[in-house]
Design a protein around this ligand. Structure first.
Ligand code: ADP
Length: 475
């Protein structure tokens, strides 16, 4: 398949003004699959110019028309699901089933926000003193810069572009260096759906930081929506402070799983495997540390060991492999480093623990005897490693679960009322009870503490791209 590997600015595909390109790598064999255009500072500024010029007309486009363009994009995406999956497998390394899963999830944001575009709420009330009528209108915030990571290269792009477009904002998408091909394909779907020139732009600047900062500095840019690491998120929040740009942040996670005494083990293992292994563990919602009650610990470990043993590792284009490559050798080595550190702290590797010699693979891994507070429980693993901590007391499990700067996702397995009681005590923006996956375009996705600001998806998602305007009318 041929890949689109250019910038998209003002409705056209362009090589960057510098003529330079960077390599896009297939992490399963480290081959170069494309050379993507580098965006220079001038290209980034041209993208802001294009988005700014298109803003007024796009905001004035009827909501029904914006809705139908998104719906057309959904239909194209649906027809081309396998092409999307193939690109994601090639540049990200993920398993075929994960790629199809992501493509299905990604396209739903076009459908969901095509439906939300025509339901933007306003408000009207009388002032208590009776002197005026209070009209609250919602207007598009303006040019939106959207920065996405490599782990879900399609879904993170559609989860931002769809609400922005539905709200009437024009956009500049800055995908991760590792996965620009999927982003380019998403943008091309929107182009083919008929989205006007300048409404969606795509840039891949090198170096990233300074060029992104220059875009944020442009007064026309009013919104930054970022998904990525907490470290980069903090820097971007600082950059936004200078021109008081509205920022939505989906940052790192460190999801605890609490297995309560009395948990149904069939349900627990099924959910635990999904929570851990979906997308090869490269998800900010991925289960990061398993707190298992002493009464169930040995059975949990034994059954997880069997379940993880069923994962075959290998290139995602071979559809029988359930665990693909990590996105890069660097990521693979990061995961290996965390497992090594856990072992140095006294943990035992029950299964896996091996990095591949060729390609960026890391086997499904099970580590027991992990100490709460060790590096593997405090850092986002982002790989297929199940780290098990044994506990005796539920209050202690809740304390350990909350003992992190992050607060994106948490999982609880147990009898439903007890699990609900624990869920209320957990510091996380999203909690799964007796299940391994929560993501749904209709649900508010986001974190508390240093996992982020704002929500994506649901009816909240579009509000991130709208500003309230209060108009007072004399009664
Ligand atoms: P990940 O761990 O997912 O790679 P990063 O936070 O490093 O998380 O990357 C997420 C996104 O942020 C990517 O698109 C990446 O290119 C971008 N990025 C990385 N560094 C910066 C920076 N200094 N300024 C703006 N964007 C950045």
């Amino acid at each position: 398949m041929t890949y689109i590997a250019d910038l998209f600015i003002d409705g056209e595909w362009r090589a960057g003004s510098s003529g330079e390109r960077f390599d896009v790598i297939d992490p399963s064999d480290l081959s170069v699959i494309a050379r993507f255009a580098v965006a220079s500072e001038a290209d980034c500024m041209a993208a802001v110019d294009a988005a700014a010029s298109a803003q007024a007309a796009w905001a004035a486009t009827a909501a029904r028309e914006r809705s139908e363009l998104l719906r057309a994009a959904y239909d194209i995406f649906t027809d081309e699901l396998e092409q999307f999956a193939e690109i994601m497998v090639r540049e990200n390394g993920k398993a075929w089933s994960d790629a199809i899963g992501e493509a299905n999830y990604a396209k739903e944001f076009f459908r969901w926000f095509s439906e939300e575009a025509v339901r933007i709420p306003g408000d009207f009330r009388l002032s208590p003193s009776g002197d005026k009528r209070i009209l609250v209108d919602r207007q598009p915030i303006g040019v939106s810069l959207l920065i996405t990571p490599w782990n879900f290269p399609a879904a993170m792009a559609t989860r931002k572009i769809a609400p922005a477009l539905a709200a009437g904002c024009t956009t500049i998408l800055k995908p991760a260096r590792e996965t620009p091909l999927t982003a380019a394909y998403v943008v091309d779907v929107l182009r083919r759906a008929g989205v006007p020139s300048g409404v969606v732009n795509l840039v891949t600047p090198v170096p990233t930081g300074p060029n992104v900062a220059k875009m944020i500095d442009r007064p026309e840019v009013r919104k930054l929506s970022f998904t990525g690491s907490t470290e980069v998120g903090r820097d971007l929040l600082r950059a936004c402070a200078d021109s008081v740009v509205s920022a939505s942040m989906e940052l790192g996670g460190n999801a605890p799983v609490i297995v309560l005494p009395g948990a149904d083990m069939d349900v627990t293992i099924e959910g635990a495997v999904l929570a851990k292994m979906r997308n090869g563990g490269s998800a900010c919602t991925a289960a990061n540390r398993f707190y298992v009650h002493a009464s169930l610990h040995d059975e949990f470990v034994e059954r997880m060991n069997v379940a993880l043993g069923e994962f075959t590792t290998g290139p995602g284009l071979d559809r029988s492999n359930q665990l693909g490559a990590m996105v890069s050798v660097t990521e693979r080595d990061k995961v290996a480093g965390l497992v090594d550190a856990a072992v140095a702290d006294g943990a035992t590797v029950v299964r896996g623990g091996k990095a591949s010699e060729a390609g960026a693979f890391y086997d499904a891994t099970l580590v027991t005897g992990v100490q709460h507070g060790s590096r593997i429980t405090m850092n986002e693993i982002f790989g297929p490693v199940t780290a098990v901590v044994r506990y005796d007391d539920v209050d202690e499990a809740v304390r350990m679960a909350n003992d992190t700067i992050y607060g994106l996702m948490a999982y609880v397995f147990g009898e439903e009322r007890e699990a609900m009681a624990v869920a209320h005590r957990l510091e996380a923006g999203m909690i799964a009870i007796n299940r391994g996956v929560v993501s749904d375009p209709a649900a508010p996705f986001g974190g508390v503490k240093q996992s982020g600001l704002g929500r994506e998806g649901s009816s909240e998602g579009i509000l991130e791209y709208l500003e309230e305007k209060y108009i007072a009318v004399t009664a």
